[in-house]
Design a protein around this ligand. Structure first.
Ligand code: FAD
Length: 233
C-alpha cells in the first residue's frame, strides 16, 4: 500500500494525485490504481503524469465510480498502485511534436520532460487541446520549446507535420485519427490508445485491439503503438 501525498482539484473534474511510490515509469506507461477493497472489482488504469524522488503523480478526470472515489482521497490515505505497465513512447532524438487532447495530455508531460532531458539537440514542441478549462499550462510551458494550447476547436488544425521528425499523441480517438489522416509521413506518428481494461497485465484479454499485425493486448503490447499499426487496419 502507498500513501496519498497530494490530491489537488485542478478544475471541475480534473485532479492531480501524488502517491509516495516508486514506479520508475517510462513515458506513456500506466499504473493500475485502486483505493477500495472489494468494490468496484477492478483497479483503474491511469497514465503516469510525472515521477520524481518523492513519488509518482497522476492526472485523472472524474468520469465514474472509481475516479470519483479517487477524488475523495485525502493526503495520508492509503492507495494501491501497481505498475508501471505497458509499452512506452520511444526515446528518439530530433524535432518532436507532442499533441494531446483532454485527459490525454496526462502522459505527455513525462514525455516532454524525458525527451528534453535525453538530448540537448532535440526540439520538443507541445500542442494541447481542451474542451473547456485549460490545465497545467505553466508546467507544460516549462518543458516545451514552443507550447500552444487551444480551448474548443480542433487542435489538429495547428499541426504542421512537415516541421517534425516524430509526433507523439494521446487523446480522444477521433483526434488521433484526424491527426493520422492529416500527416503525410505515417511512419512518424506514435499514439497512446485506450480501452476498458481489466487486469492490466495481459492475462484477461479484455483490452484486445486489432492491428495490422493481428490482435494485440492493449495493456502489454500497448498502449503505445505506431499509429499506422492501428489506424491502417
Ligand atoms: C492505458 C490507459 C491509460 C489511462 N490513463 C488515464 C489518465 O491518465 N487519466 C485518466 O483520467 N484516465 C485515464 N484512463 C482512463 C481511465 O482508466 C478511466 O477513465 C477509468 O478507468 C474510469 O473509471 P471509473 O470507475 O471512474 O469509471 P466507470 O464507472 O468504470 O465508467 C464511467 C464511464 O466512463 C467510460 N469509460 C471507462 N473507462 C473508459 C475507457 N478506458 N475508455 C473509454 N471510456 C471509458 C465508461 O464506459 C462509462 O461510460 C486511461 C485508460 C487506459 C486504458
Amino acid at each position: 500500500m502507498s500513501t496519498v501525498v497530494l490530491n489537488k482539484k485542478l478544475s471541475s473534474n480534473f485532479y492531480l494525485m501524488k502517491v509516495n511510490k516508486t514506479l520508475n515509469a517510462k513515458m506513456g506507461q500506466f499504473a493500475m490504481i485502486r483505493a477500495w477493497d472489494k468494490y468496484p472489482l477492478l483497479s483503474r488504469p491511469i497514465s503516469v503524469y510525472d515521477e520524481d524522488g518523492e513519488g509518482v503523480t497522476f492526472l485523472y478526470k472524474v468520469v465514474g465510480e472509481g475516479t470519483s472515489i479517487f477524488s475523495k482521497l485525502k493526503s495520508g490515505d492509503s492507495v494501491n498502485v501497481e505498475g508501471a505497465y505497458g509499452t512506452s513512447f520511444p526515446i528518439l532524438n530530433g524535432r518532436i511534436l507532442l499533441v494531446g487532447g483532454g485527459v490525454g495530455i496526462a502522459p505527455l508531460y513525462l514525455a516532454a520532460k524525458t525527451l528534453k532531458n535525453n538530448s540537448k539537440d532535440s526540439v520538443i514542441d507541445v500542442l494541447l487541446g481542451f474542451t473547456d478549462e485549460p490545465l497545467l499550462l505553466d508546467e507544460f510551458s516549462k518543458v516545451a520549446r514552443d507550447f500552444k494550447y487551444q480551448v474548443g476547436g480542433f487542435i489538429t488544425d495547428l499541426v504542421n507535420d512537415e516541421s517534425y521528425d516524430y509526433i507523439y499523441t494521446c487523446g480522444p480517438s477521433i483526434m488521433m485519427e484526424t491527426l493520422y489522416k492529416k500527416i503525410v509521413n505515417k511512419d512518424k506518428l506514435y499514439a497512446s490508445f485506450e480501452s476498458r481494461m481489466a487486469c492490466g497485465i495481459g492475462v484477461c484479454l479484455a483490452c484486445s485491439c486489432m492491428t495490422i499485425n493481428g490482435n494485440k493486448k492493449l495493456c502489454t503490447d500497448g498502449p503505445i503503438f505506431l499509429a499506422k499499426e492501428v489506424f491502417n487496419v
